[in-house]
Design a protein around this ligand. Sequence first.
Ligand code: BGC
Length: 473
Amino acid sequence: MSSQTEDQPHTPITKWLFLVGGVILTAGLLFGYDQGVISGALVGIEKSFTVSTFMVEIITSWVTLGALVGALVAGVLSDKVGRKKAVLLAAVLFTFGALVEAFAPGAWVLVAGRLIVGFGVGVASVAAPLYAAEMAPTRLRGRFVSGYQFGITFGIFLAYLIDELLSSGDRWRLMLGISAVPAVLLIVLILPSSDTPRWFLTKGRRADAESALERIRPDDTAQAMAELEASVEGETEQAGWAEVFSRTWRRPLTIGIGLAVFQQVTGINAIIYYANKIFAAAGFITPQGQTAATTWAIGAVNVLATLIAVAFVDKLGRKPLLLAGLVGMSVSLAVVGVCFWFINRSGPTTTGGPSDAGLITLVALVVYIASFAFSLGPVVWTVINEIFPRNIRGRGVSIATAANWGSAWLVSQFFLSLVDTIGESGTFMLFAALSVVAFIWILKVLPETRGRSLEDIEQMWLDEPGQAASPAS
Ligand code: BGC
């Protein structure tokens, strides 16, 4: 069965595939904007409502909790109602949540808005990459799913820029409300698209599957249909949770969750959320200096380096990119750790600007962001969306994505306390050590999935030594 579902090398990119690209980019943009915007909005929120520090933490982090729940629900949802309707629901919820946030009369209504937005982001973070992975031709699958990460990084960058632009006065409502615009765009893009041929077939809707395939593979629809039918083999029901946790699929499940957790515990969101504070500690004393460093050294570099992954993920493969990125991340985090040790020992600079150690910190953080952006950022999402067999794909992706949101929440919630307890130096050293662990783990457990069809990957797990012969063990 190995290469029978491999598509032709010259599968044309139809206008429908462009639409899929638009959906995935916009879904990523929503995710990223949401990650990036809150740091700038908090100042205004604190002025409008009298809120305790605890409330500030809730306003910041509950969007991630909402996303965790959304991601868990999204697996079953996208198996039941389809990938398209799940994305649509996410976009509608997101639009509604953004408006609730923008017009919130008090802090608790704002929190409710944050939860709704979070839930929408969580559903979209499962359904949209899943949709793209199942629509994309094999040879472009990595690129399509990396497009999601490109959207995320662009969203973060946009949020930093808009925060800067609207930073004066009480304009936090606008900062949060603006995210309704890409949410509406997502509705507009997903409405004319169809669901994935694979999902239609698992629901026994052969004619719909065929017309969806005609749109994305007009040149060889019949062949593609035959391949897909062979791979679905009369399976019309999605498996339940027991199958997801069965011994047969333990490897992809462990890999999916492991990658999701490592993507977060190596520090990315501590830097995305708290970049201004880190730069302040490194000696960038003016708020303008801090925001400029955050917007350009973090935001823009993050976007640009993601393009490296988009260009190479289907050429070089997933594993080389992950390993190379982790080398860059470990080294740069260790350098930041050492720099902070010097900065904290020598106290504030007398000139008022960043010290040498502060400037080296800036350079090291640029190396860190660039290394993350061409590796763990996009490749983790790509791999999570291709390793699960078709009948548990929705639920598997959903568990891994929820693990990602859970770890993102932990890191963003406890980063500042960790810094208080073990200092900046110790915290960055810890992230560096975890990057080394991630490197060794990936080197040992991750098989290369580049160029393999989704059906091929499924067979690969079944062919492993010690594996039960049937998927229903
Ligand atoms: C991660 C996000 C992170 C972003 C940064 C994504 O892959 O899942 O948590 O904020 O990359 O670019």
